[in-house]
Design a protein around this ligand. Sequence first.
Ligand code: PLP
Length: 392
Amino acid sequence: MATVFLCYFNFPFNQHPIIMSNFSRRQWIQKSLLASTALLVAGPAGAYNASGIDPSSEQNGLLKLNWNENPYGPSDKALKAITQAIKESNRYPDAVVNELKSKLAQRFGLKSSQVMLTAGSTEVLSLLGQHVGLKKGEILTPWPSFPTLIRFGQACGASIKKVSLDKNDRLDLNKLKDGISSSTSLVFVCNPNNPTSTEVDNDDLKSFLRAVPENVLICVDEAYIEFSKKGEKGSMASLIKELPNLVICRTFSKAYGLAGLRIGYALSSKMNIDALRSRHLGWEISAGIAPLAGAMATLDDPEFLKMCVRKNEEGRSIVYKAFDDWGIEYRPSSTNFIYARSDAFRKNIISSLQQKNILITKWPDMTHHIRISIGKPNEMKQFVQAAKAYLV
Ligand SMILES: Cc1ncc(COP(=O)(O)O)c(C=O)c1O
């Protein structure tokens, strides 16, 4: 059991690429750089922004409804903590690293050694993708789903097996289960799912996770869990003690409103966390003292989280109402974005809204859908008013 991460590809401990006793760090860094180059060529996850506009131009009156950011963050408490922490920027942040890890561990009933802090959950996803890719393993994923792990994996040599969603654009857990074979190295589960905004039933997901063979890694990406029906209670983190092959990815970028600070984390068995840490270029922590302090303060501010979730629901219902009135099909969202059919709009709705400084998005293989992130209620009214002009 203790060697779960290692047995995914039947490696003896000292030959495992992520332990690297027999695999020089220089070789690994070279591989990583090659992978990064490939990713640069392919473009970052942000390349999914169909607008092509640099997000840094947000200040220029742009209504950014394209990257699922939180319009209310950072919280006042986080801002205060960040400002204070900046003054200590001359020091390495190890004390705050330990503090945040132990706070998260306590929250989930785990040990600090089962938590890894990263610069956004993108880092955990990329490490897992690299892990499978460098071993030429196979990633099984529902599709469409969040592409970061898949793209990193592919760039590093993994093969990808995609399984379609069900007719309601939810993860099809039966199909996913049927898709597992002796070649499967990792199953990716994004719940709630991006881009479709749907979630699966908690008990169904638990049964599925328990049915995945022990030698297959599972990555459950819970970037939007706080917006889901059960909120934090819907997290699969409670299964970590039971399933040593389970890695949960979490982020402070969405409901906590700290996307620009880049802070996220992984929860898993100690063995997996040690393995991930050993191949992390930032030696576990790539987030600086300000993101760490911001995350600590936000965790202690449940009122801010509640407000963000409530306001998100308010923003969502403004769009639901308009779409209902217009007969636009959309998926009831468990996230801070809406996935809607695009057929009832003119084909150029995205570029036309962009001309009006309103950014929404669609991904390359979303041929009949658009995705609208939820901003403040007045911003959603602005979106509705503008979008109405493009109904066919
Ligand atoms: C499902 C999902 N996972 C992970 C991420 C990465 O977020 P971050 O790196 O900011 O934590 C995103 C970002 O949009 C996402 O939608």
